[in-house]
Write a protein that binds this ligand. Sequence first.
Ligand SMILES: NC(=O)c1ccc[n+]([C@@H]2O[C@H](COP(=O)([O-])OP(=O)(O)OC[C@H]3O[C@@H](n4cnc5c(N)ncnc54)[C@H](OP(=O)(O)O)[C@@H]3O)[C@@H](O)[C@H]2O)c1
Length: 331
Amino acid sequence: MDHQTEIIVTVLGIAFVHCLIFYLVSRKSRTNIRGKHVVVTGGSSGIGLWAAIECVRLGADVTIVARNVQQLEKAKQQLLERKVRDEQKIEYISIDLAKDYSTVVAGFESIENRSGPIFMLVNCAGMAVCGTIENTSIEDAKLMMDVNYFATLFPTRFILPKMKSAKEGIIVITASQAALVGLYGYGAYGASKFALRGLAETIAMETKHCGVSVTLALPADTDTPGLARENESKPIETKIISGSGGLAKPQDVGRKIVHDALKGSFFSVSGLESWILSTLCVGMAPWKGPILCVLQFYLLGPLRLVGLLIQWNFHRIIRNCAKEKEKAEIQ
Ligand SMILES: NC(=O)c1ccc[n+]([C@@H]2O[C@H](COP(=O)([O-])OP(=O)(O)OC[C@H]3O[C@@H](n4cnc5c(N)ncnc54)[C@H](OP(=O)(O)O)[C@@H]3O)[C@@H](O)[C@H]2O)c1
């Protein structure tokens, strides 16, 4: 081996050992949910359905919550096919989680009476209507606060005191990348998801000393029936901006959310672009270990520059679309 090759091999060896140490140190042990009761709201479709499937695969007793009974029945069959224990309980209940707090309390009491105390709550029920602020109706803006924010707050508020006194439990709050940055066409939706980030950070602070952990899921565009409906109202600018990140599979996102929550991660993101955004927007999010902290320390400055370039590109897209619209109006 000549001298140059020796140097290359040594550098690669050192890099490999560093990566290995980083992997081993940052790897967190995962909570076991076998035999424990997990409730997934929005578990009849999309990301929620795949999160529920993952919990079934890990041996948990699972209850899914949504409104449409036919859809719930169909989802239950999919969950039953993945059972890993004979005595594993798979149930569903139809509740309009956005209706009012007392309806949710009554529904969740019946869930606990049937399948036992809830160990993990995965809040996935949600919806999106897009449009610029002036083109979004007040009714839709209120509906999104009801379905995205209050339909998460109600079950979470019901379960929190029980988890705190049991000194264990996991809460997942599903927001969106639009909870980190204001984006064209996502005004009312983003506001409801920003509210969820505030809720998640607060609960994390209020419950950490009680053994309850909180995970804030921040999915990017994911191929679900919900996204198909969202696309119907999406302005062209929003389609270009949000579409630049590609399309994730709901099975990957659902699985990742469950595993991040079981590891106790505060953010759950899929893909490099989402990771960069969550790092850039970390703000005062809870401390999650020294390795991540050191990475954030070194990366935040350079990432601010990347963020400015991304913003510049978004503004360029919006300007170009405006020019195209002007041209179309003149013709
Ligand atoms: N897909 C994406 O690209 C994407 C990106 C970022 C964030 N997210 C978020 O991820 C979550 C799941 O989205 P998804 O795309 O998987 O949606 P989806 O396929 O439309 O599923 C939504 C689920 O929520 C339930 N739901 C809606 N309103 C409800 C209510 N009032 N009460 C009870 N259940 C209700 C739905 O069932 P019923 O209609 O029968 O009630 C369904 O089970 C949402 O919070 C969404 O905002 C999605």
